[in-house]
Design a protein around this ligand. Structure first.
Ligand SMILES: [Zn+2]
Length: 215
């Protein structure tokens, strides 16, 4: 394996439970083996999915000015942008706040659930790849900052109350990076069946586990 930091090529030995392998040159953690490497990401993904539904179903904020009252959700706001002629912004908002996180979380959930019974079917590797491609596009942190800046400006003109949706977005801005930090794609890859020959993959997985148990 090439070290991510300094590119030194090294062979990773089978690790005991709780063990870590560090780079011989720069001390970067090359591999770690938690007790159940896929359980924490699964719990975080399930939680994030529930919070995601709340963030999209509940109002982001309530606005009140000169006797008029308005309340909107993420999709409601995007729809209003579209109607106001800001079509590109509306599409970007829907993609980054709804489509990308939904695809990321659903694909991760399917892969993590499937990974509980290895070997995974070959197509699950493709799902994982798409799930990881979608992850950088789920930009709740950027969106929250934008909304907060706009809120501070609007607050001079109107009464603004953040809604449940806004708190849920704040939670998602923490949960999504938490999934990325706890999830190690290599743990899924080594459970994926090979394109030709499931027996080979099963044998490789069994051999790896046997070597790990032997330590
Ligand atoms: Zn290194």
């Amino acid at each position: 394996m090439a070290c991510q930091e300094c590119d030194l090529l090294q062979r990773i030995p089978p690790l005991p439970v709780g063990g870590k392998a560090r780079c011989a040159r720069c001390n970067f953690v090359l591999a770690a083996r938690p007790t159940d490497p896929l359980q924490l990401p699964l719990i975080l993904t399930l939680t994030a999915l529930i919070v995601f539904i709340v963030a999209n179903a509940m109002p982001l904020m309530d606005l009140a000015a000169v006797g008029r009252y308005a309340s909107t959700t993420i999709l409601g706001g995007a729809r209003q942008m579209w109607l106001d002629g800001e079509r590109i912004t509306a599409v970007v908002v829907v993609f980054c706040a709804v489509i990308a996180p939904a695809c990321h979380l659903l694909l991760m959930l399917v892969v993590l659930l499937a990974a509980r019974r290895p070997p995974l079917p070959h197509w699950s590797g493709e799902l994982l790849r798409w799930g990881l491609h979608m992850q950088p596009w789920a930009m709740y942190d950027v969106m929250l900052l934008g909304i907060l800046v706009a809120l501070i400006k609007i607050a001079e003109l109107a009464t603004v109350n953040p809604g449940v949706g806004m708190y849920a977005m704040g939670l998602l801005a923490v949960l999504l990076p938490a999934i990325a930090v706890t999830f190690d794609a290599r743990e899924v890859w080594k459970r994926v069946a090979w394109k030709h020959g499931d027996d080979l993959a099963a044998a490789a997985f069994a051999e790896e586990n046997y070597a790990e148990r032997g330590r």
